[in-house]
Ligand binder design. Structure first.
Ligand SMILES: Nc1ncnc2c1ncn2[C@@H]1O[C@H](COP(=O)(O)OP(=O)(O)OP(=O)(O)O)[C@@H](O)[C@H]1O
Ligand SMILES: [Mg+2]
Length: 246
């Protein structure tokens, strides 16, 4: 009985001096910091650079790492939503999913309770530059903007001006190289060229067949674990986590 009350600092303080106010614990402060969701937005003007794939993989890595995770899909194609519908929550790390449209961006953002999540991962359609006002609202909410890109000439021609815009607009951002061939000359050259205008996530995701195969069961390669590319996706999440201060 005595041992039990000794474990509680408030009980000890109250026994010594009944008028003393309860001891404030550090945990309370940590909880308060953790109750505001961070927002990570995936965007690139060009289609097919890996926005949805990267969004999904990082979200799974974060959920596997114990974060409370939501995804928000702005793409009318609903690729992320379709994937989420295939996901079986009892088998895999939990992710809550939301959808919205860029012409009602405020409503889409407002449906997510920031106290309920640690991180919200936002997928966007290609050509977001055609919706400048909505895109700016979304970007202002972002704690980090990730710009997935391949190493090809036309990918780079699209994402380099986009990164310049993000920097001018004052948003924390980084390129995420996707579908790369490890140790190739084109990867080395792309890293140099992209690194001139923006930061790079220090893990490039290789081009791998399993990326498609796990989609069939609403999984990510990170859910599956020891497959080619999973470590790079996990590494990308660790970069994001550090950037968000989590
Ligand atoms: N690292 C990878 N390895 C193999 N396939 C990949 C990889 N990344 C993406 N893919 C495949 O490339 C295609 C395009 O990827 P994804 O849908 O993620 O691009 P996106 O930028 O979201 O496209 P959109 O602009 O149309 O929304 C998909 O079929 C996806 O499975
Ligand atoms: Mg997409």
């Amino acid at each position: 009985m005595q041992g039990k009350s000794m474990a509680n600092p408030n009980a000890v303080a109250a026994a010594r001096n009944p008028k003393q106010r309860p001891v404030k614990t550090v945990k309370k402060r940590v909880d308060a910091i953790a109750t505001v969701a961070r927002w990570v937005v995936y965007s690139a003007p060009k289609g097919g650079t890996g926005k949805t794939t990267s969004c999904k993989n990082t979200a799974v890595a974060a959920a596997t790492d114990g974060m409370r995770v939501a995804t928000l899909d702005f793409d009318p194609q609903r690729t992320l939503g379709q994937w989420h519908e295939l996901r079986r929550p009892h088998d895999v790390a939990r992710i809550d999913h939301y959808e919205g449209t860029l012409d009602a961006v405020e409503d889409a953002l407002a449906q997510i309770d920031p106290a309920a999540y640690d991180v919200v991962f936002v997928d966007t359609p290609p050509s977001v530059e055609l919706f400048p006002e909505a895109t700016k609202i979304l970007l202002r909410r972002a704690d980090l903007v990730l710009v997935p890109t391949g190493v090809g000439r036309f990918d780079k021609m699209s994402v380099i001006p986009w990164m310049e815009f993000l920097r001018d607009y004052g948003r924390p951002s980084a390129f995420l190289l996707n579908r790369v061939k490890r140790r190739s000359v084109s990867l080395r050259e792309a890293k140099l060229e992209l690194g001139r205008v923006g930061r790079l996530v220090p893990h490039e995701v290789p081009d791998i067949e399993d990326m498609h195969r796990v989609d069939d069961i609403g999984c990510s390669i990170v859910d599956v674990g020891a497959v080619n590319g999973a470590d790079e996706c996990l590494g990308a999440w660790y970069f994001v986590r550090h950037e968000l201060g989590l």
